[in-house]
Design a protein around this ligand. Structure first.
Ligand code: ZN
Length: 143
């Protein structure tokens, strides 16, 4: 199986079977994001306890890239320290903009989304949920 095929399957799997879909209740913060260029909409809700993302969920509609990326994002940061989440956000955004992640952070399955870089318009689809999560964390004042 080629890497492209493998990546496509990872994205399709998350799109067809989204992880952590819904709204966290009770949530500490709920944040909406939109990518008007493509019509993607994302709502990210989360609860943080003792500096750890205890629960994070998303709802939304839009293209497969935006929804799969949101699903992968929740899977990646749930149960992890906010500090780690922020590092992953930075590494992911860096990867999508063609930068080498500092310290060579292993993004695992998230690397499936790097093929999107070939389509600059879609980069916003992939980063939407991550930017929304970052704004939600900022709102919590957990920087
Ligand atoms: Zn999109």
């Amino acid at each position: 199986m080629s890497l492209d095929t493998l990546y496509r399957e990872v994205i399709l799997d998350h799109y067809s079977h989204p992880r952590n879909r819904g709204v966290v209740e009770p949530a500490d913060v709920v944040r909406d994001g939109a990518n008007p260029l493509c019509g993607d909409e994302i709502r990210v809700s989360l609860r943080v306890r003792d500096g750890v993302v205890e629960d994070v969920r998303f709802e939304g509609k839009g293209c497969s890239i935006s929804q799969a990326s949101a699903s992968m994002m929740t899977e990646r940061v749930k149960g992890r320290p906010v500090e780690d989440a922020r590092r992953t956000i930075a590494a992911f955004k860096g990867m999508m903009h063609g930068e080498q992640a500092p310290g060579g952070d292993d993004l695992g399955d998230l690397e499936a989304l790097q093929g999107v870089r070939k389509f600059p318009v879609r980069v916003k689809c992939a980063t939407l949920s991550w930017i929304t999560l970052e704004l939600a964390l900022d709102e919590l004042g957990t920087a």
